[in-house]
Design a protein around this ligand. Structure first.
Ligand SMILES: [Mn+2]
Length: 572
């Protein structure tokens, strides 16, 4: 330690004399008091005592100040010599990140694999991951049959991020004769956690949860203020346990009994999927003698026809979000269907008004999520919210069933979201469709719902005339004309473009009056949700879109082309 020797000793010397002076003044006061008792000069004596006490006070104050200054000096000296360990940037050599790895659904992969082969597969995955970790000089620890924990150096993680985590694709080659590939979900926490391991752990866990809820087979990296997604190129495999549907249905049953009234809403711009799910759930709520309302906006188009039919059949069921919100209270159950992002719901103020909230959605979980929910039934492998609502109604205790109109609405939603059973369609989807048909769903009514107006047909035809094919696999089209039903026409055009040879994904751009809308479709080989997310939209693996305010068609087209180019490079 650098010691300013002279200063230190000097002030100690002075303090010694100050103390002597202090004691002297004290003695003087005592003597003065004694002499006061013996003589009669009271005023003079009191004045002397007062002056002596003032002197003592002043000395004590100076002493204190000097002591503080000395202590401060010593502290500064110590700090200059030994910088505190908790300051300054963390040296690079100390930066670690935490990864939680989980093999997606061994039970699924095990199907069709002989009993004695199963441990072999697990061992092969173990070996693969150990080699992977060794290559990164990472610490890997197995935690249960399908979970691992890895400490990875930040530098190595950067490399993994730059190459989009090749391990996600490579682990699929690990096989012991199974028919389905092994897939992996990884959640990584990074940044800010070097001094706070608990924070790092929490980030990693949140990242893994996010990866799993987005149907797995991907990596999510999370820092305290940002989230990155890698992988997620394969479509969710259509598996979900009946157990989960039953559990969700039982929970819904409990909330139906608990609440005073029920409100249902979907995303902005109601569509067949929202309406089917909402109407069936509304019917179910009626069985519990609860008042029900569905918050509806009017986007126009074919869904208006079904809205009209329902409005005639059930007066008072459909309403404007604002009106309905006035009747919502802490005893209200709000069911949010076909959406889970608060910013996209039909009437956001309802979210804070309702006491209970249930989410029923089939979109991959995005980072933005409802802050509180009593039921979260989020199943990315399901075809539609209508399919999920069908299962909930099927499994509600008491077998209440659905009316033919509700069955028709559900089947309409299911057919629209699966493009007539060609996308995201699992065996379960057909089972649910069969159940709906038996419950009285009318295909003729659905057929009549799906006809388009001539204007929509003509706008779609114009979009189809100006198609450009990019990188041999993306179809892109746009129209300058503002048209109230452009969204429907654009989604039809994007659907049709998938029927073109080689086209894997299609994008139709249209002006909305206040910006630009995009309809994006994929044939199932690539994830258009990822692409729309990069531009500010969202959606599903094969069906996605965006609505951008204050943007020009040409600008958005260029941004989209940039994203598609980098997508192409990534694949190459
Ligand atoms: Mn949907």
């Amino acid at each position: 330690m650098r010691m300013k020797a002279g200063d230190g000793v000097g002030s100690i010397f002075y303090r010694k004399y100050k103390r002597m002076l202090f004691i002297g003044l004290g003695v003087l006061i005592v003597l003065n008091s004694l002499s006061l008792g013996l003589t009669r000069h009271l005023n003079l004596g009191l004045f002397a005592i007062f002056i002596a006490m003032l002197g003592m006070g002043g000395l004590a104050y100076m002493d204190q100040k000097e002591g503080d200054a000395l202590a401060e000096e010593i502290r500064a000296d110590i700090e200059a010599e030994f910088p505190a360990p908790n300051e300054g940037p963390v040296p690079d050599s100390a930066r670690l990140t935490l990864a939680l790895l989980q093999v997606d659904d061994y039970d699924e992969v095990f199907q069709g694999l002989a009993d004695d082969k199963r441990p072999l597969l697990v061992a092969a995955v173990d070996k693969y991951l150990r080699e992977w970790a060794a290559g990164l000089k990472a610490y890997l620890r197995k935690d249960g049959r399908d979970r691992y924990l890895a400490l990875i150096h930040a530098e190595e993680l950067n490399k993994l991020e730059d190459t989009s985590f090749p391990v996600i694709d490579q682990i699929r080659q690990v096989s012991a004769g199974s028919h389905l590939p092994v897939t992996l979900s990884i959640g990584v926490g990074k940044g800010g956690g070097e001094r706070e391991p608990a924070l790092l752990g929490r980030l990693a866990q949140e990242a893994l949860d996010l990866a799993l809820e987005r149907s797995g087979d991907q990596v999510v990296v999370k820092s305290p203020d940002h989230t990155w997604f890698y992988g997620g190129r394969t479509e969710a495999v259509g598996k979900r346990s009946q157990v989960r549907s039953r559990v969700a249905a039982t929970e819904l049953h409990r909330l139906f009994e608990l609440c005073n009234n029920v409100v249902i809403m979907g995303h902005r711009g109601i569509d067949f999927d929202v309406l089917g799910a909402a109407f069936a759930l509304a019917e179910a709520a009626r069985h519990y003698d609860k008042k029900v309302h569905i918050a509806v906006d009017h986007p126009g188009g074919a869904v208006e026809r079904l809205l009209d039919v329902i409005a005639q059949r059930e007066p008072g069921l459909l309403g404007d979000g604002k009106e309905i919100a006035s009747g919502a209270s802490s005893q209200t159950l709000l069911l949010v269907v076909d959406v889970h992002r608060p910013s996209l719901v039909a009437y956001p103020p309802l979210l804070s008004r309702a006491g209970y909230i249930g989410v029923i959605d089939h979109h991959r979980r995005s980072e933005e999520f409802l802050e509180r929910a009593n039921i979260i039934y989020l199943v990315p492998s399901a075809s539609s919210a209508s399919e999920l609502a069908t299962e909930l109604v099927r499994y509600l205790p008491g077998h209440i069933g659905v009316s033919p109109l509700a069955a028709t609405a559900l089947l309409a939603g299911l057919i629209v979201d699966t493009k007539k059973f060609s996308f995201a369609t699992s065996a379960n989807t057909f089972r649910n469709a069969a159940w709906l048909r038996e419950a009285g769903a009318d295909p003729a009514v659905i057929q009549s719902l799906f006809t388009d107006s001539l204007d929509v047909m003509l706008y779609r035809a114009r979009l189809l005339q100006s198609v450009e094919i990019v990188h041999g696999r993306f179809a892109l089209t746009m129209d300058e004309q503002v048209f109230p039903e452009a969204q429907i026409a654009a989604s039809r055009a994007a659907d049709t473009l998938l029927e073109v040879n080689q086209v894997e994904a299609s994008f139709a751009l249209y002006p909305t009056g206040e910006g630009v809308g995009i309809s994006a479709r994929s044939r199932g080989l690539m994830n258009v949700q990822r692409i729309m997310e990069q531009i500010g939209g969202g959606g599903h693996f094969t069906v996605a879109g965006a609505r951008l305010r204050d943007a020009g068609l040409q600008d958005v087209r260029r941004r989209l082309l940039d994203i598609l180019s980098s997508e192409q490079e990534e694949r190459a």
